[in-house]
Write a protein that binds this ligand. Structure first.
Ligand SMILES: Cc1cc2nc3c(=O)[nH]c(=O)nc-3n(C[C@H](O)[C@H](O)[C@H](O)COP(=O)(O)OP(=O)(O)OC[C@H]3O[C@@H](n4cnc5c(N)ncnc54)[C@H](O)[C@@H]3O)c2cc1C
Length: 598
């Protein structure tokens, strides 16, 4: 790790106050041969085993999903993140994200896979005792046993700590008696092992238990009928006086909520990876149709309105990819740093991911909304065919929608992004105050007009610094003015959150392009440069809008005027020709026929 990176980048949320050097970020152009090979195996698996069976999967053909998971297990795909001592491959975090990306275009299979390897397996891997790990992890690693995660209840969704499922310790102290009901449980139809969250007696906080399917007293409702991901098993589960051996308590009593949240952190960034794969696949489908379909005597891919859509699909996906792997590397670096300081691997992994929980939430929101955008425009590009159940994009459209709901709804994640950031500020883990005050005083001074920036990259860094000031100015004033009540002002929090998300994506895009330029992977006129210009041009306007909404929601009179002036100054951006740039971007990607940069 470079010295700079050690000091700065290894703090989650720090992007908003720090200047990151492009040398300190990982970019997807840097995958090594081994990583590319893993990606290829995942890609081949989806193309050969899953895609031909999508209809059968969606009809929930008896036993099919289990068989496919077993096949994935044979290839080692279920054990990528599992350490070698438990039969796993033990790849680093960002490589597990890469695999998730390539497995992400498998529709319902991807959901079953994600639930098994993520929220299903990881609670035991990261919080289990040695005996628990020895008993379950090797079987989960091969797919012999399948896993599920039971947090949600009919009356406890986003408010996950409010569940009613209850466990009472038996008189002799040998087992807990579990009673309650869980809802929306992915893999519920066939999982052998469940992590069930429940409160022990009158505890305020959840605890977590490992529950096996064959324990007496467990019953299931029939499969839910869903809008999309129809092939993924989703059930309600009932626990009626189920005896859970005391040794199946996971971690410690009252630690369940913490487990639930930390596992969700991982789920969120992995969701970001999965939807990246879905977006890339859908871009390919969009281009293919656009090129083939002719209207008014020409391929519709020649029309500006269609090119606009393809350009947008591409640049949103590029930004997501840049941000995802930047965060992935940060997490790996943090894990390494903690291990070097003496922390044991699985604990370091959890802590490393927790440090970047803000970025994980950003990627969940940005990723799910990127895919929703991409599939929506894909349907539009397909016209009536997009609405036909015979087209591939019809399924993609339906299957995408769930991503904004599970792993914490996007509203909850947006709130969390700001909440976690402010908390880090409050606790002194991030110094938000000094830069916020600096911005406030800068408002009184003469603006810098961006005259000294010789090249585009320097110029964009100048704009980026200013963009970050808009958030610091607004969040700083909102905290000062509203104090404790800010946490209830959700409209303002949403605005600030949107600003943070957009800045993270744009900065990651800039750093990637800058690094590619520096290493001469691309030239000054590359499509990546054009894409970057659009991202920044759009960002300026988005920040101006979110910022104005936020300011006018809590300030008026001179105070509002002052901040609006500042907002105008800090979101000032040069003029570009958006039509020409998007045309070039679309032409580039249409020619490739798929999401490809080389
Ligand atoms: C197909 C599918 C698979 C799933 N798989 C699993 C699984 O394997 N395991 C599991 O435990 N759960 C699973 N879930 C549950 C999922 O995580 C929840 O549906 C989700 O967390 C939202 O909870 P809810 O449905 O109760 O919605 P609610 O919490 O009732 O939310 C309804 C709306 O209100 C908003 N809202 C709620 N609280 C607030 C607030 N404080 N401020 C602002 N807005 C708020 C939400 O954002 C949402 O828009 C799954 C769900 C589905 C549909």
């Amino acid at each position: 790790l470079t010295k700079n990176k050690k000091a700065m980048e290894l703090k989650g949320g720090a992007f908003i106050i720090n200047k990151t050097a492009c040398d300190d970020v990982f970019i997807p152009e840097e995958w090594n041969e081994e990583q590319k090979m893993i990606a290829n195996v995942c890609n081949d698996f989806i193309e050969s085993e899953i895609e031909p069976k999508l209809d059968r999967i969606d009809h929930q053909e008896e036993g099919l999903m289990q068989k496919l998971l077993n096949k994935a297990g044979e290839l080692g795909l279920l054990s990528l993140s599992i350490p070698q001592e438990y039969n796993g491959m033990g790849v680093d975090f960002k490589t597990s994200l890469l695999a998730t990306e390539y497995l992400g275009k498998g529709h319902s299979f991807s959901v079953a896979f994600g639930a098994h390897t993520g929220i299903g397996t990881l609670p035991i891997l990261y919080y289990g005792s040695e005996e628990q790990k020895q008993k379950y992890i090797p079987k989960l690693a091969t797919g012999e046993w399948k896993a599920a995660y039971c947090l949600t209840e009919p009356n406890s969704g986003s408010d996950a700590n409010s569940g009613k499922t209850n466990a009472v310790l038996s008189k002799v102290g040998k087992y807990y008696l579990l009673n309650g009901q869980k809802m929306w449980i992915t893999n519920g139809g066939f999982a052998d092992v469940f992590t069930v969250f429940a409160k022990i007696e009158n505890d305020e906080n959840l605890s977590a238990f490992i529950v096996e399917r064959n324990y007496e007293g467990i019953s299931f409702n029939p499969e839910e009928h869903k809008m999309g991901i129809k092939g993924s098993s989703t059930r309600q589960i009932f626990f009626n006086d189920v005896k859970i051996p005391v040794e199946n308590l996971l971690s410690e009593r009252n630690n369940g909520f913490k487990i639930a949240l930390n596992i969700l952190n991982i789920g969120r960034i992995k969701l970001g990876a999965g939807v990246l794969g879905g977006s890339k696949e859908t871009i390919k489908d969009s281009i293919k149709y656009a090129v083939e379909r002719e209207q008014f005597g020409r391929s519709i891919s020649k029309y500006g309105a269609i090119r606009y859509k393809i350009a947008e699909q591409f640049l949103k996906t590029f930004a997501l990819e840049s941000a995802l792997y930047r965060a992935g590397q940060n997490i790996d670096d943090k894990i390494l740093q903690l291990q070097e300081a003496g922390m044991e691997k699985s604990k370091a992994t959890l802590k490393g991911i927790e440090e970047f929980a803000i970025e994980c939430a950003i990627l969940k929101v940005a990723g799910s909304e990127c895919l929703d955008f991409v599939v929506d425009e894909a349907v539009q590009i397909h016209g009536g065919m997009g609405y036909s159940a015979e087209s591939k994009v019809e399924r993609s459209y339906r299957d995408s929608r769930i991503n904004r709901v599970f792993e914490g709804t996007n509203e909850i994640n947006r709130l969390l992004i700001v909440e976690m950031l402010l908390k880090k500020g409050m606790k002194g883990q991030l110094d938000l105050m000094t830069p916020a005050m600096k911005v406030a005083s800068e408002l009184m001074s003469i603006p810098d007009f961006n005259e000294n920036n010789k090249n585009l990259i320097d110029e964009l860094h100048f704009y980026l610094d200013n963009f970050k000031k808009t958030v610091l100015m607004i969040a700083g004033s909102a905290v000062q003015k509203l104090m404790q009540t800010l946490s209830k002002e959700q409209e303002i929090l949403m605005n600030i959150s949107n600003m943070l998300i957009e800045i993270y994506l744009a900065e990651s895009t800039l750093l990637r392009v800058e690094k590619n330029l520096k290493s001469e992977k691309i030239k000054e006129n590359d499509v990546q440069i054009q894409l970057l210009e659009i991202v920044f041009y759009e960002l300026a306007d988005k920040l101006a809008k979110y910022g104005k909404d936020a300011i006018l929601s809590f300030a008026d009179g001179d105070e509002a005027r002052m901040m609006l002036m500042g907002l105008k100054r800090f979101t000032k951006y040069k003029n570009i020709n958006p039509k020409e740039l998007r045309q070039n971007i679309a032409l580039f990607i249409i020619e490739k026929g798929e999401y490809r940069l080389d």
